[in-house]
Design a protein around this ligand. Structure first.
Ligand code: UDP
Length: 333
């Protein structure tokens, strides 16, 4: 069996690639390295058991010729290539919209052309400014105005969902749509704003932990391997076709409490620094103040349950970042 993973050199994509290589599949990756990096997959390329079954193309999904060729070759398509991270989206608004909308359209077009099953990764961002919990797939959505760039990401992901469902309804494309909530784990970088690797790195360096706003905003965090497990189960399940699923964690935590927890676990000397949103991002920046998924729908279908709790997640991430820092230190001397 062969799978194509767009964005396979990214954080989640590289874990998905590893899981399919372990299963004995041939894995094709297309990634433009905009937010992914070769370090995420180098260990897979160097592994004697994997390297003959891993094929990496450094290119954009907007390269139609290549995307067609790879789609035709594979049995399943996982579409993860997208602009990610609030900071990245604010800094690259046009590029983000283009890659999210045009890229997904192409992936769907070629999946339909070659009759391949495809899984689209959307985002919890599509829910917008809700304050209630849990968020259910059929909830209405509330966005801010188009003058605030943040909402372009949510809107572009929503357009992706509409397009995927339109392909399903009008052309019979076998497509599964997943809304990923905050996903964390080894190899996630803090460079594009993601809170967990940023806080852990700050704590390990005894630097202040930069909590935006008053830190009362909440999130749930899901371990990347639990997410990967769910993605693989969903693409195998015919009842998932034409449906939208939340995938996320259930332990809600305020960002300020997360900062305190990380300082405690790492035994850090760090202080906590509250930074107003205007300073951290841009004037009148709007955060999502609460984001907790209902996972009833995916639970009913594939018995999904996040296995890794926040404490274990933090241990994995802390160990990984310590190891990385150690390697960097060794390289420097
Ligand atoms: N955040 C923070 N400090 C940071 C990075 C992020 O307080 O250094 C906050 C951010 O404002 C948001 C939450 O942590 O409320 C999660 O941010 P992230 O970018 O990881 O994911 P989001 O849920 O915003 O997509």
């Amino acid at each position: 069996m062969r799978v194509l993973i767009t964005g396979g050199a990214g954080f989640i994509g590289s874990h998905l690639a590893e899981a399919y290589l372990e299963k004995g599949y041939r894995v094709y990756i297309i990634d433009d390295l905009s937010t992914g990096c070769m370090d995420n997959i180098r260990y897979l390329q160097e592994d004697v058991h994997f390297k003959n079954r891993l094929f990496v193309y450094i290119d954009t999904i907007l390269n139609e010729k290549l995307l067609q060729k790879l789609t035709q070759k594979c049995d399943y398509v996982f579409h993860l290539a997208a602009a990610v991270g609030v900071r990245y989206i604010l800094e690259n608004p046009l590029e983000s919209i283009k890659i999210n909308i045009q890229g997904t359209e192409k992936v769907l077009e070629f999946s339909e052309k070659f009759r391949k099953k495809v899984l689209i990764t959307s985002s919890s961002e599509v829910y917008g400014k809700h304050l209630h919990a849990p968020l259910v797939e059929t909830d209405n959505i509330i966005y801010g105005p188009s003058t605030k760039s943040r909402w372009s990401y949510a809107t572009s992901k929503l357009i992706d969902e509409f397009t995927a469902l339109a392909y399903f309804r009008t052309k019979g494309l076998k497509v599964v749509i997943t809304r990923l909530f905050n996903t964390v784990g080894p190899r996630q970088t803090g460079a594009y704003g993601m809170v967990l690797p940023r806080f852990v790195t700050q704590a390990l360096n005894n630097d202040p932990l930069t909590v935006y706003g008053d830190g009362k905003q909440t999130r749930t965090f899901t371990y990347v391997k639990d997410i990967v497990h769910a993605l693989m189960a969903l693409i195998e399940n015919d009842n998932a076709v034409g449906e939208v699923f939340n995938i996320g964690g259930i332990e809600e935590i305020a960002i300020l409490d997360l900062a305190k927890k990380i300082i405690k676990i790492t035994d850090s000397q760090s202080a906590i620094q509250l930074i107003p949103y205007d300073e951290a991002f841009e004037k009148d920046f709007e955060d999502m103040m609460r984001r907790v998924p209902s996972i009833q729908k995916i639970k009913n279908l594939i018995d999904f349950k996040p296995k890794t709790n926040l404490d274990s997640i933090l241990k994995h991430v802390i160990n990984h970042i310590k190891k990385e820092n150690h390697l960097l230190f060794q390289k420097a001397i």
